[in-house]
Design a binder for this molecule. Structure first.
Ligand SMILES: Cc1cc2nc3c(=O)[nH]c(=O)nc-3n(C[C@H](O)[C@H](O)[C@H](O)COP(=O)(O)O)c2cc1C
Ligand code: SF4
Length: 398
């Protein structure tokens, strides 16, 4: 376990390093990344979505199948295996969490499976998890952690959960101006709105806790999005954050579960390569303008004009509401599962690569998780073990 100059993060009575590795799908944060972060004493998060892709036997059964039931079952088996493997790596250190997106059709099944497989925390983003307390009622030791972006969303969850006698065990505050993947705002043009700035959300949330009479509960606040220096970590803690969550910087570590090309695309992206666009899930998202995304964005307006209900492209029906399948013109018009799976495999031309907007702590270098966590905690950038990644095929080096 690493030493930290900062106050520990306390969740469900566990004393943790105040560094959280955010959940990243499809397959980007599986057992290796999450188990490595937890092994150091931080919070490691497995993304629950479509984990069968890490298991050749499950892919042999379902890779070409259009049988939703079979695919869903394989994913629950994969989630159980990934949790067991992450636990073996972490050896009881830190905390292991599973990230489950509210927008995913199998949300409730993933929550139940994660609890039954012995996960310590369930983290839910991409929608409001109003029903999470009921879903986890039989597992009171599991920490419940919603991801929200502004005080309004936090108030909604708190008020609803308080009526059920439950409080979050921590709250992730994710700033849509900087974060990767799906963003907690309704419209693309809202990222700069002042209600998402960390100082405003931290202060507003503390005030809200007072108003609701729960300030004594000391619910930890975890800021996420664009965190890339030790100085910034210090500043966020001095503003009242209890921990920081990073996504992109962990995705590109040696232990990150995606293909090396995936890491290179993220690490080598230049600021002008990073774009926001509408996802099929009906939320804005941020990623790297790779050949597929550039081509899709060129055609987006035309595809949206032609949008109409159709069958799920792959029979998986992964989302509750899918812009492509359900013909929702204002949403994205591509199959997110297919594109994210290409990215996981390192297919630079066809993949969708989610990424945050900011520079990374080690530039384009791929480093071990330990060096990243040490740097965030101490400001010391280890020079040992640095691996300079050669340019990914099809991308211009930064
Ligand atoms: C490749 C990638 C995939 C992600 N997938 C998810 C996801 O499935 N669910 C989720 O809640 N957040 C997801 N995120 C967001 C991260 O968990 C994290 O909160 C965010 O990236 C923080 O911003 P940063 O990348 O600037 O550190 C993803 C991020 C990346 C880079
Ligand atoms: S078409 Fe839509 S619902 Fe079907 S797998 Fe693709 S993203 Fe999921």
């Amino acid at each position: 376990m690493l030493q930290s100059p900062f106050k520990s993060l306390l969740v469900k009575g566990k004393s943790l390093l105040p560094i959280v590795q955010g959940g990243m799908g499809v397959g980007v944060s599986a057992h290796r990344l999450a188990g490595s972060v937890a092994g150091l004493g931080g919070v490691g998060t497995i993304s629950s979505v479509d984990l069968r892709r890490h298991h050749p036997d499950l892919m042999a059964e379902t890779g070409k199948s259009r049988n939703k039931e079979l695919i869903d079952k394989a994913n629950l088996v994969a989630l159980d295996r990934e949790i067991a493997a992450a636990k073996a790596l972490a050896q009881g250190s830190g905390m292991l969490a599973v990230n489950i997106m509210r927008a995913v059709e199998q949300y409730a099944a993933y929550v139940k499976q994660a609890c039954e497989s012995g996960i310590e925390a369930v983290v839910v983003g991409a929608g409001l998890p109003l029903d999470l307390p009921e879903l986890t009622a039989e597992h009171p030791k599991v920490a419940l952690i919603p991801i929200l972006s502004d005080v309004r969303g936090i108030a909604l969850i708190l008020k609803k959960w308080m009526r059920k006698n439950r409080l979050p065990d921590a709250i992730v505050i994710e700033n849509p101006k900087y974060a990767a993947g799906h963003l907690g705002m309704a419209r693309l043009e809202d990222a700069d709105q002042p209600q998402y700035a960390f100082p405003a959300v931290l202060e507003g949330t503390r005030e809200l806790f007072k108003e609701l009479g729960i300030e004594r509960e000391r619910i930890p606040l975890i800021t996420a999005g664009g965190v890339n220096t030790h100085e910034q970590v210090r500043e966020l803690f001095s503003m009242g954050a209890d921990a920081v969550q990073l996504g992109t910087a962990f995705a590109v570590t040696e232990e990150g579960d995606a293909h090396i090309n995936f890491k290179k695309v993220l690490a080598e992206a230049r600021p002008e390569d990073i774009v926001t666009f509408m996802s099929v899930a009906g939320l804005p998202a941020r990623g790297v303008r790779t050949p597929w995304l550039a081509n899709y964005l060129d055609k987006e307006a035309k595809l949206q004009r032609k949008a109409g209900p159709k069958q799920c492209t792959v029979g998986f029906d992964c989302l509750h509401q899918c812009g492509l399948r359900d013909g929702i013109a204002k949403s994205g018009q591509f199959c997110i599962d297919t594109q994210l799976a290409f990215a996981l495999e390192g297919d630079v031309k066809r993949g969708l690569f989610f990424r945050g907007s900011e520079k990374l702590p080690f530039g384009s270098e791929i480093r071990p998780v330990k060096e990243l966590v040490e740097y965030l905690l101490t400001g010391v950038r280890s020079i040992a073990g640095a691996v300079k990644a050669p340019a990914a095929p099809g991308m211009v080096p930064a």
